[in-house]
Ligand binder design. Structure first.
Ligand SMILES: [Zn+2]
Ligand SMILES: [Zn+2]
Length: 349
């Protein structure tokens, strides 16, 4: 057993605070990871504030984890002490269903994926996330962080990166394709980088002109403000693929009108309230309205290798652990460019 120092929410309304948690003794295929950095994802905030339903406290959030292997179980074959590794949104699944066997563990149909925090393993063990000095994970749910990527900028790739990489890959963003990324935040800024690196012609769409310079620097070829109604006239029928990272209810008919025939509008943001659309928006032009959820282990590894090969991680602001609560308020206010990453060494001070 390992005692880890952690930052935990003691209850839904309370700020996160310094504490310790136990990590299980290594089983045959377990890897002990000393965490160096953990990204702050908006899901962490929704979960600890119980905006997505009841949570179990005390709760250590964090599913954008980067660190180094410090010990391995006797049957581990994929990793060795000293390896640079990551952990994302899930740390187990049934391993036997059709989805798991296809490498789509996030869609496991036999009990679902086991989330990295605020969840229970199949044996009842409570899961606690990455705002902590150590984590124990089965090697099959651990990712390798390539040498070219530093651990701080790699951390946000484990959730934000794969969330946007998967739809861009599934719907073939690449040379000759016109791709729009809606929303330039934690997900969107990586969407611009990835779609550009895949060779697509990239348009960034954000509410105002405020993020134009950043978007062009990140690799966008074009930038338009969605707050300007003329944008929707100008860009009508333009895109092969639109990936929306917006988590508020949007005018789906308006976005569908920006697609070419056979175009796809893929959503990775999920508003709480229902959305409506006129089916005419799909019928006219045989268009597809779709959604996407993170990615499986195999695709997450592919994404990390892709980002390393193209020489980029996330744009981050590194913070000490004692600034997590302040960072939460800034995330809610969209006041970060573009992801907070906790320096886990600061938990030891
Ligand atoms: Zn996340
Ligand atoms: Zn399964």
């Amino acid at each position: 057993m390992t005692i880890a120092i952690a930052y935990a929410a003691p209850s839904a309304k309370a700020p996160l605070e310094h504490t310790t948690i136990e990590r299980r003794a290594l089983r045959e295929r377990d890897v002990l990871i000393e965490i160096a950095y953990a990204g702050i994802c908006h899901s962490d905030i929704h979960t600890v504030r119980e905006e997505w339903g009841q949570a179990a406290f005390p709760l250590v959030p964090g599913h954008e984890i980067a660190g180094v292997v410090t010990e391995v179980g006797p049957d581990v074959t994929k990793y060795a002490v000293g390896d640079r590794v990551g952990v994302g949104c899930f740390i187990d699944s049934c391993r036997k269903c059709e989805q798991c066997l296809a490498g789509l563990e996030q869609f496991c149909t036999d009990g679902g994926m086991t989330s990295t925090y605020n969840d229970k393993y199949r044996d009842g063990e409570v899961t606690q996330g990455g705002y902590s000095t150590h984590i124990v994970v089965d090697e099959n749910y651990v990712l390798r962080i390539p040498d070219g990527l530093s651990l701080d900028v790699a951390a946000p790739l484990l959730c934000a990166g794969i969330t946007i990489y998967s739809p861009l890959t599934h719907w073939n963003a690449g040379p000759g394709k016109k791709v729009a990324i809606v929303g330039v935040g934690g997900l969107g800024h990586l969407g611009i980088k990835i779609a550009h690196a895949k060779g697509a012609e990239v348009t960034a769409l954000s509410q105002s002109m405020r993020k134009k310079e950043d978007s062009l620097r990140l690799g966008a070829d074009h930038y338009y403000a969605t707050g300007d109604p003329e944008t929707f006239t100008k860009l009508a029928g333009t895109f092969d693929l639109i990936v929306s990272t917006v988590s508020a209810v949007v005018d789906l008919d308006a976005y569908l009108s920006l697609l070419k025939p056979d175009g796809v509008l893929a959503n990775v943001g999920a508003p709480e309230d229902s959305s409506t659309l006129h089916l005419f928006s799909l019928v006219m032009g045989r268009k597809t309205l779709a959604g996407s959820l993170i990615g499986g282990i195999k695709e997450t590894q592919e994404m990390l290798d892709f980002c390393a090969e193209h020489g980029f991680g996330a744009d981050i602001e590194v913070i000490r652990a004692d600034r997590i609560n302040e960072a939460y308020d800034r995330v809610v206010a969209s006041d970060v460019r573009y992801r907070f990453v906790i320096d886990i060494a600061s938990l030891r001070d």
